[in-house]
Write a protein that binds this ligand. Structure first.
Ligand code: G3H
Ligand code: 13P
Ligand code: ZN
Length: 333
């Protein structure tokens, strides 16, 4: 049994309370490799932003769970080395799908876990979430739950359509499960293809897709039912068109990739939404930078020469999200 407090990590309780009060959101960035983690920590140390480092089941399979956990421990020390005196870093399991997986993360030094029972019938979601909460809370590990279904890929779960969270269920769900935060469905979705072209309109000048707005009415209803309760948005990448264009002009093929416009996320961050999940944008930044270097310098074969620029591009992206979208800069001095 490893307790996250011994690793210098924090759970989400205090971060979320401050974010709800302050009208900003905590960035939740997924990581799978060293370059992503370095970029996240550098961006957060330079902006003094609290951060949630997310590990998905896919990341555990790709990078090895032991290595990832030690990397997160190393991240705390790296942050201090960069001059961040009091790093506020949470290590979080993203989309945990079983009690056993959540338990193993709690036992292994994670400070927060998500149990995603959103694809289960309502009562089964409650029973599973409650079981995880009861276990995790013994060790002061916080638990995120999910109600409502996002369209797109959630690890091995693929949902064709989204089902918005029903505001009339949230009080019952939060009370009976004891969860610390709640991910809701208001129209965001995972990946770089969040909307089908037929769901969008087209900007007549650029020909680019303009996605439909998020269901802020559902968010407002949820806020009214659970005042001050931390709400989470998954699938919140914006799919920056400059990265899509670089990828497409350097040998890639991402037709009609579209994300959530940043003004909508800015608005959400000011509300009860206090955790915003971003993974795809970092993948796009990485891929765009790597494709550009390899296309311009076909003789290059030192990974540091293309992973280095990819890391710099991700650092830029994370800082932009923190300062210009979430407003979490300066909140963890
Ligand atoms: O919610 C999905 C996250 O972006 C993680 O994706 O399962 O491919 O690691 P992944
Ligand atoms: P994106 O695919 O929009 O980056 O969403 C990531 C996410 O929700 C991770 O849980
Ligand atoms: Zn997600």
């Amino acid at each position: 049994m490893v307790n996250y407090k011994d690793l210098g990590l924090v759970n989400t309780r205090e971060m979320f309370a401050k974010a709800v009060d302050g009208g900003y959101a905590i960035p939740a960035f997924n990581f799978n490799n060293m370059e992503q983690l370095q970029a996240i920590i550098k961006a957060c140390a330079e902006t003094k932003s609290p951060v949630i480092l997310q590990v998905s089941s896919g990341a555990r399979k790709y990078a090895n769970q032991t290595l990832l956990r030690y990397m997160a421990e190393g991240a705390v020390e790296y942050a201090k080395e960069l001059g961040w005196e009091h790093p506020q870093i949470c290590l979080h399991l993203d989309h945990g799908d079983t009690f056993e997986l959540c338990k193993s993360c709690v036992d292994f030094g994670f400070s927060s876990v998500m149990i995603d029972g959103s694809s289960l019938p309502y009562e089964e979601n409650i029973a599973l979430t409650k079981k995880v909460v009861e276990y995790a809370h013994q060790f002061d590990v916080t638990v995120e739950a999910e109600l409502g279904v996002l369209a797109g890929v959630e690890d091995d779960v693929v949902a064709e359509e989204s089902h918005y969270t029903k505001p009339e269920e949230v009080i019952d769900f939060a009370t009976r499960t004891g969860c610390d935060s709640l991910a809701i469905s208001i129209g965001t979705s995972h990946g770089a293809y969040k909307f089908k072209p037929e769901q969008c309109t087209r900007d007549p000048k650029t020909g680019k897709l303009v996605p439909p707005p998020l269901a802020f009415d559902v968010l407002e209803e949820v806020e009214k039912k659970l005042p001050g309760f931390p709400i989470v948005l998954h699938g919140s990448s914006s799919v920056p068109q400059e990265y899509v264009d670089i990828i497409n002009t350097h040998g890639g093929n991402l037709p009609d990739a579209v994300g959530i416009p940043e003004d909508q996320l800015r608005k959400a961050a000011k509300s009860a939404v206090c955790k915003i999940n971003i993974d795809s944008d970092s993948r796009l930044a990485f891929t765009a930078a790597v494709r550009k270097v390899l296309a311009e310098k076909p003789g290059e074969f030192d990974p540091r020469k293309y992973c280095g620029p990819a890391r710099d591009e991700m650092t830029k992206l994370y800082k932009h999200k923190i300062i210009e979208v979430l407003g979490s800069d300066g909140k963890a001095e």
